[in-house]
Ligand binder design. Structure first.
Ligand code: 2BA
Length: 109
């Protein structure tokens, strides 16, 4: 058994959940926050059999998209704020960051 943990953009999370449910996977969505952008994203948990992992990855690939986002870097702490000019930089976010973990057992009590 595997636990698939996918971090996705909020914009894609609804479509991903719908795709998973339609393909008959059970899924849980948690609200999360990215450490770099400090913006909301979603973490989706899917517990499934080893031989169904690729099918889950397929749904993720079809529903989650790469997007570019502009970020304004914060001034370094040592720099006087009025002498610091910050230029926005582009970062690519997504489609999804996916971890596939081995699970010893799943128990429903
Ligand atoms: P954030 O940490 O908010 O990162 C958003 C995007 O910013 C990342 O997209 C990446 O393109 C860029 N980025 C992150 N750290 C950077 C840095 N130090 N310098 C320059 N650019 C940087 P993704 O790679 O698609 O990641 C999307 C979200 O997935 C991340 O949001 C974070 O919440 C999660 N994530 C990514 N890698 C992870 C990891 N190894 N462990 C845990 N969570 C991860």
């Amino acid at each position: 058994m595997k636990l698939i943990l996918a971090i996705v953009q909020e914009k894609d999370s609804r479509r991903l959940m719908e795709g998973l449910i339609k393909a008959e996977f059970q899924a849980t969505m948690l609200a999360s926050t990215g450490g770099f952008l400090r913006e909301g994203n979603s973490t989706i948990l899917v517990g499934t059999d080893d031989d169904k992992v690729d099918a889950v990855l397929d749904v993720i690939q079809r529903t989650c998209h790469v997007r570019e986002q502009l970020v304004s870097p914060l001034p370094p702490v040592v720099e006087p704020v009025d002498s610091y000019i910050s230029y926005p930089v582009k970062v690519q976010v997504g489609g999804a960051i996916v971890f596939v973990l081995n699970i010893d057992r799943m128990v429903k009590i």
